[in-house]
Design a protein around this ligand. Structure first.
Ligand SMILES: [Zn+2]
Length: 266
C-alpha cells in the first residue's frame, strides 16, 4: 500500500521466500522499502514472514503479539524436530493417493507450504509486532489508511481500510470461494465483527483468501458460518452443503464441524 510518503504492507505470508517476494514487489510498486507492516492476526500464513521486513515497524494488537510469540516459539521448536520433517512424507503419500480434485489441490497446497518451511527452517525467525495499537490506529499520509481491531476468526483480528480509495482488507474475517479455518474461532464475535466491517461500506473488499470482492462477501461469509453451525448441530455426517461444493480447501469443512462439536457437545 503506497501511503504517498511511506509504504505499508498488510500481512507477510508464511515462508521466508514468499515474504521476500512480497518485499520485492512492494519495492517495485512503490519505489521504496516498506516502512510499516500490519498483521491482520497471528496465524502463520499472515505473520511468519514478518522477519523479512527488517527496518519496518510491525503493527499489531497485544493479543496478536502474545500469540505469535507463544505459537511462534512452538513452530521453531517443531521445525528443528526430525519427526516434523518426516511428516512431510506422510502428507506426500496422502496427496498422491487422493483422487478427488479439490481435496488433492488442498493437500498439494499444504505439502508445498510444508516443503518450503522445511527447506527454509534455518532461516525462519519469529518477529512479533513492536508497534502495539488498541482498537484503531490511523496511518497519516497523502493517502491515509486505518487499522481497526475486531475478533472472531482468531482471538484478535485486524482489518485495514484505505480511506480515500474505500478499499478494505479483511484478513481471514472474510474468505471468498475458500473454506475458512474455524479453529479457535468465536462464531458469535465473528458475526458481530462482520456486521461492524460491513458498516464501513467499502467499495472493494480484499479477503484473506480468495478473489477481490465487494461488501457482499461479508454476508456470504455470515451465511457460511450459519450453514456450518447447522451441520454441526445436526449431528449427521459433516457433508459440505451443495452451495459450497466448489469452494477450495474442502477438508477444512469436516474439521470445522468436529471443532464446533467438541466445543459444544450435544
Ligand atoms: Zn487465519
Amino acid at each position: 500500500m503506497d501511503l504517498g510518503t511511506t509504504t505499508l504492507v498488510f500481512d507477510t505470508f508464511l515462508t521466508p521466500l514468499a515474504a521476500a517476494d512480497l518485499r520485492t514487489a512492494s519495492q517495485i510498486l512503490t519505489g521504496r522499502n516498506p516502512g510499516f507492516v500490519a498483521n491482520s492476526h497471528w496465524h502463520f500464513d499472515h505473520s511468519l514472514g514478518n522477519a523479512m521486513f527488517g527496518a519496518a515497524s510491525i503493527y499489531g494488537t497485544e493479543t496478536t503479539r502474545e500469540l505469535l510469540a507463544q505459537r511462534g516459539s512452538a513452530i521453531v521448536t517443531a521445525l528443528a524436530d526430525p519427526t516434523w520433517v518426516d511428516g512431510t512424507s506422510a502428507l506426500q503419500i496422502r496427496h498422491d493417493e487422493e483422487r478427488r480434485p479439490l481435496y488433492r489441490h488442498e493437500l498439494g497446497g499444504e505439502l508445498a507450504a510444508r516443503i518450503q518451511l522445511r527447506d527454509a527452517r534455518d532461516r525462519v525467525r519469529i518477529r512479533t509486532p513492536d508497534a502495539i495499537f488498541e482498537t484503531r490506529h490511523t496511518f497519516p499520509g497523502p493517502r491515509s489508511a486505518m487499522i481497526v481491531e475486531g475478533a472472531g476468526h482468531s482471538e484478535s483480528d485486524t482489518v485495514l481500510f484505505v480511506t480515500d480509495d474505500e478499499v478494505l482488507f479483511t484478513g481471514d474475517l472474510v474468505s471468498v470461494g475458500v473454506h475458512p479455518t474455524v479453529g479457535l474461532s468465536d462464531l458469535a464475535r465473528w458475526r458481530e465483527t462482520l456486521d461492524k466491517v460491513a458498516r464501513i461500506r467499502p467499495r472493494i473488499l480484499v479477503p484473506g483468501h480468495g478473489p477481490v470482492s465487494d461488501v457482499g462477501a461479508c454476508d456470504g461469509l455470515r451465511e457460511y458460518l450459519d450453514r456450518l453451525e447447522e451441520v454441526a448441530r445436526g449431528g449427521g455426517p459433516p457433508e459440505i452443503p451443495s452451495e459450497y461444493a466448489d469452494w477450495l480447501g474442502p477438508g477444512r469443512f469436516a474439521r470445522s464441524v468436529e471443532t464446533l462439536r467438541a466445543a459444544h457437545p450435544a
